[in-house]
Design a protein around this ligand. Structure first.
Ligand code: 13P
Ligand code: SF4
Length: 354
């Protein structure tokens, strides 16, 4: 739907009034009505770097989800203020690993005698607490665009990896990109005693995958891939690595949101694509490339937005910008200094990956 012209004018006026004092970041899953006001758009890795590269901006308005705003706060200076236009914009996957559960898991690994040889690797989609745990225990953060490099690094520094919280990104990277077998991976279930794993299983595993997943990407199935191949002969299937292993194994291309865009940019006219990721992005890409004769379809027949990404809408953005322009900082995201110290260590290890 077209954006409300009154709200568009208000957002524009507030942004103009703030000038260089505000910098607006927009994740690729944001609504069109919001993304039009982003100074930069990107995947989570690019946005983390871009937030850190704006020391002159007093305010960073993060149009994305909570863990992204936290990471921006960790990576920016203390006098820069990060604002999330709607505090209800969380991530259900990040919520699947709490600090208490992860501390308990580390104890379980310790009792099995494997904690000393295990390196934690945490997906960006996790709370600052989990990032701090990761930093404290010698681990690194990764995103979907550098998971392979993060795992290579981790295996140079230990024998096993505890991968938090997305089992699919962990499994897909280890098996598809690094040649590990499915049997090298075990799943730690935080809701079962000892994670539901025996000491033998923990000792034999190379990848200990946390039992977390993305509910949006979890909707794609092998049937979605088979159906689209039957419906669109010659189609290229391009999916995000948060999809289940069987979907990723059946796809032609796999990568982050930024990778998806670059791949479609480089695709020849007349090519056909089925995309397995969030719908705001897929619709925008379908519109953008239609003029070039690239046919872009959604991988599934059901509507599939990320409901928390969609919490950030134009009214919330206008409210945040107008408040800042009037001198009131609303919805500031602030990580406490102790958590920040160790979370930053883990994030900096990611930024230093080759
Ligand atoms: P990207 O880093 O690929 O943009 O993914 C972020 C995300 O939340 C995907 O669900
Ligand atoms: Fe979290 Fe999935 Fe939404 Fe990404 S798409 S923010 S992983 S719930």
């Amino acid at each position: 739907a077209p954006s409300d012209p009154d709200l568009v004018a208000r957002a524009r006026a507030a942004k103009e009034a703030l000038g260089e004092r505000v910098f607006v970041l927009g994740h690729h899953y944001q609504r069109d009505e919001v993304i039009q006001f982003a100074d930069v758009t990107g995947d989570s890795f690019k946005l983390a770097k871009d937030a850190a590269a704006r020391p002159q901006a007093e305010y960073i308005v993060f149009c994305g989800v909570h863990f992204m705003a936290e990471s921006a706060d960790i990576l920016t200076s203390d006098d820069q203020q990060v604002v999330l236009p709607d505090l209800a914009a969380g991530c259900s996957m990040a919520d699947m690993a709490t600090a208490e559960q992860v501390a308990e898991c580390w104890d379980v690994l310790g009792e099995a005698g494997v904690a000393d040889v295990t390196v934690p690797v945490s997906y960006m989609n996790s709370s600052a607490d989990i990032k701090a745990f990761t930093g404290r225990h010698g681990g690194t953060i990764c995103t979907s665009s550098n998971a392979r490099r993060a795992l290579d690094w981790a295996f140079e520094n230990g024998e096993k990896v505890l991968f938090l919280p997305d089992q699919h990104l962990g499994r897909n990277t280890a098996v598809r990109d690094m040649g590990l077998s499915l049997e090298d991976c075990v799943v730690y279930n935080p809701h079962r005693p000892n994670g539901g794993l025996s000491t033998e299983e923990l000792r034999a595993a190379k990848m200990i995958l946390w039992r977390g997943h993305c509910s949006v990407h979890g909707r794609f199935s092998l049937d979605s891939v088979n159906d689209v191949r039957a419906r669109m002969p010659g189609v290229n299937v391009l999916v995000h690595p948060e999809c289940k292993h069987e979907v990723v194994a059946a796809a032609d291309f796999v990568g982050s949101t930024e990778y998806i865009i670059k791949t479609l940019d480089a695709a020849p006219a007349g090519s056909k694509w089925a995309i397995g990721t969030e719908l705001n992005l897929v619709r925008r890409l379908a519109d953008r490339y239609a003029a070039e004769g690239k046919e872009i379809a959604f991988l599934d027949k059901t509507v599939c937005f990320c409901s928390t990404m969609n919490r950030i809408d134009l009214p919330h953005l206008v409210w945040a910008l107008e408040s800042l322009a009037a001198g009131t900082v609303v919805n500031r995201i602030r990580v406490d200094p102790e958590t920040e110290k160790f979370a930053k260590l883990a994030l900096e290890r990611m930024l230093a990956l080759p």
